[in-house]
Write a protein that binds this ligand. Structure first.
Ligand code: ATP
Ligand code: MG
Length: 250
């Protein structure tokens, strides 16, 4: 069984190089037109779509490998600022849905600017300046993956608004992602954290998920000694709350 697992993970791992080659190739066509020839606007759109999807596969590959590492108890602790965590997670998320916004987020250095950019996308960011500059000692890769997963769901299920809040309490960092969608009936509050579980498979959402995002996030959070909880009732949106110790408890 263990060998089988390594084989699968190696297979996933080996996707990285060809993906990088495709990504670089498309980038070259887009960015070095003096060398490769001018491309028409319509062609550019096609290439951008291809690039976005290559990056999507790349992100999935990285997430799958990260989850495999986590199951083996490997945690890469590092020191980083909350701002760094939030900006890089948001950039990676918007890379897949809105390149323009991801570029603007990547370049912004002020919290107020970021709040404004996100506000334009109907995302309310609630965090104070002190926490924004706060240093954390956690696994940045895992933290980003968790936040992206929760935000992805919120994007899928919101009617219009998402609220992303960060605060500190009793040596823990809390962050929550709230949306104003249909919400989750109490009956499902445990089930949705199980692998492959989806409430309504034939719903109208265009992007088909796999019911793995929450189960995977739960594994990552617990590996860091944290907790994931849900506040939601039918018709009233959903709020997922993550808490992780600011520093390892050991
Ligand atoms: N914000 C939310 N509002 C309403 N329902 C949600 C929300 N987040 C998750 N769910 C429900 O929980 C199920 C499991 O979520 P999960 O993120 O694990 O899987 P997924 O989003 O369907 O697929 P994947 O994340 O693997 O792409 C979803 O299919 C959905 O039914
Ligand atoms: Mg999901």
């Amino acid at each position: 069984m263990r060998e089988e697992k390594i084989r699968i993970e190696l297979l996933i791992h080996d996707l990285k190089v060809p993906l990088a080659v495709i990504e670089t190739g498309i980038m070259s066509l887009l960015k070095r037109q003096e060398k490769y020839g001018t491309i028409k606007e319509e062609q550019e759109k096609v290439l951008h779509r291809a690039l976005r999807n290559t990056r999507l596969i790349h992100a999935i590959v990285n997430d799958a490998l990260e989850l495999g590492r986590s199951r083996e108890g490997i945690i890469d602790m590092e020191q980083f600022e909350v701002s760094n965590f939030v900006i890089s997670a948001l950039t990676e998320l918007f890379d897949l849905i809105d390149l323009d916004t991801s570029d603007r987020i990547k370049e912004c250095s002020e919290l107020s600017t970021l709040k404004r950019i996100l506000g334009g996308k109907n995302i309310r960011l609630l965090i104070n300046e002190a926490l924004w500059a706060n240093e954390l000692f956690l696994d940045l890769g895992k933290m980003k993956q968790i936040l992206r997963n929760l935000l992805n769901n919120a994007f899928k299920y919101r009617k219009s608004l998402i609220e992303l809040e960060f605060y500190k309490e009793k040596n823990h960092l809390f962050f929550s992602v709230r949306d104003d969608g249909e919400g989750i009936p109490l009956d499902f509050h445990e089930k949705i954290f199980k692998s492959y579980f989806q409430m309504d498979i034939k719903d109208s959402h265009t992007v088909r998920g796999h019911g793995l995002g929450l189960a995977g996030s739960m594994v990552l959070i617990e590996d860091m000694g944290g907790e994931l909880s849900l506040e939601s009732s039918e018709g009233n949106g959903a709020k997922f709350i993550v808490s992780v110790p600011l520093r390892p408890e050991k």
